[in-house]
Design a protein around this ligand. Structure first.
Ligand SMILES: NC(=O)C1=CN([C@@H]2O[C@H](COP(=O)(O)OP(=O)(O)OC[C@H]3O[C@@H](n4cnc5c(N)ncnc54)[C@H](O)[C@@H]3O)[C@@H](O)[C@H]2O)C=CC1
Ligand SMILES: O=C([O-])CC(=O)C(=O)O
Length: 347
């Protein structure tokens, strides 16, 4: 159906970070006090490409910054939040200060799922959180690259795009929905099923980030190609609903935080390597995309090459099997609905 991309895909590896010569990259985490924000801030503190970390949250950022700031890597760490007055309570918000001069903004702010909820059930709370944070980025650091983790990603990314568009500063090369956890899970689960190493199972996952919109392209790997029948169905289901597995196990205490922090830091490192001039950094991410725009779906996750200006090249999805074509057919209408819901919220 599509020509297979020949580009080098980002390999899963035991080493989370790699880098060569580095420019100065200031990174902000909005939601740094949360379940994802805390370990993500720690991992970013350990990324040699990060020179300065701005940790912002409406609660808890000073503690996280003080703690992470003791880690013996060169980057500076500053905290920003709501300043409280002993007399009057809430006094001021330091969001704008947190965003000054940042190159990359990572957004894990918002509520997580509880058992029985879908990601779309988070829309009512998280849509306005993400919109307001995006407005601040548009005002203070309009050239920053924005990495959206907050769910539902299929809708929150279009919300950020529409908010930036309204402010007249939208650049599609600088907006990313973080779908790396789907790739991390797919690699881990495929390796488990085939008795191989995750580093040999770099699965491209396309579509979006919720249940049936998550489409793993197992047929593009020699280890994945051989899996069929019930084994194939079970593996695909586990990749698509891996998030539910964690929500159920946490039993009301939230959703994936540690694996998500790992995935978020991994994607941020890929972006920073691209911004730093490294060639051939390719990984799936949910971006404004031409691949299915003719069907009214203008955001889609596929392999994207990351370069000095962000999105350098959106790769086609490549050759897919009949089963994957079916998965894609199930993904597209749901994804379209999620994207339209996000856009309508801002309109
Ligand atoms: N993209 C993905 O693959 C994944 C996305 N997620 C999503 O990430 C989000 C965060 O999850 P957790 O960290 O577990 O939640 P959490 O509740 O532990 O942390 C969220 C943090 O956001 C903060 N926050 C709320 N409103 C804010 C605002 N206006 N500005 C700044 N900070 C604000 C809260 O104070 C809290 O510290 C959820 O929406 C969750 O569904 C979770 C896992 C994977
Ligand atoms: O399942 C959730 O709600 C959190 C998430 O997006 C994931 O773990 O993939």
């Amino acid at each position: 159906m599509f020509a297979r991309s020949a580009a080098r895909a980002l390999q899963p590896s035991a080493r989370l970070f790699s880098s060569s010569a580095s420019r100065n990259f200031k990174v902000a985490v909005l939601g740094a006090g949360g379940g994802i924000g805390q370990p993500l801030s720690l991992l970013l503190k350990n990324d040699p490409l990060v020179t300065s970390l701005s940790l912002y949250d409406i609660r808890g950022a000073p503690g996280v910054a003080a703690d992470v700031g003791h880690v013996d890597t060169p980057s500076e760490v500053c905290s920003f939040g709501h300043i409280m007055s002993e007399v009057n309570g809430y006094a001021a918000d330091q969001l704008d200060q947190a965003l000054e001069g940042v190159k990359v903004v990572v957004i894990p702010a918002g509520v997580p799922r509880k058992p029985g909820m879908t990601r779309d059930d988070l829309f009512n709370t998280n849509a306005s959180i993400v919109r307001d944070l995006a407005s601040a980025v548009a005002r203070v650091s309009p050239e920053a690259h924005i990495l959206v983790i907050s769910n539902p990603v299929n809708s929150t990314v279009p919300i950020v795009a529409a908010t930036l568009e309204k402010a007249g500063v939208f650049n599609p090369a600088r907006l990313f929905g973080v779908t790396t956890l789907d790739v991390v899970r797919a690699s881990r689960f495929l390796a488990g099923v085939t008795g191989t190493q995750p580093s040999e199972c770099n699965v491209t996952v396309v579509g979006g980030h919720s249940g049936p919109t998550i489409v793993p392209l197992l047929s593009q790997l020699s280890h994945g190609k051989s899996i069929a029948g019930e084994k194939y169905d079970a593996l695909v289901h586990r990749i698509q609903f891996g998030g539910d597995e964690v929500v159920k196990a946490k039993d009301g205490a939230g959703s994936a935080t540690l694996s998500m922090a790992y995935a978020g830091a991994k994607f941020a490192n890929s972006l920073l390597r691209g911004l730093n001039g490294e060639k051939g950094v390719v990984t799936p991410t949910f971006v404004k995309s031409p691949l299915f725009a003719d069907q009214g779906i203008d955001f889609f996750a596929s392999n994207v090459e990351l370069g000095v200006d962000g999105v350098e090249k959106i790769h086609p999805i490549g050759e897919i099997s009949a089963e994957e074509k079916k998965l894609l057919d199930a993904c597209l209408p749901e994804l379209k609905k999620n994207i339209e819901k996000g856009k309508a919220f801002v309109a």
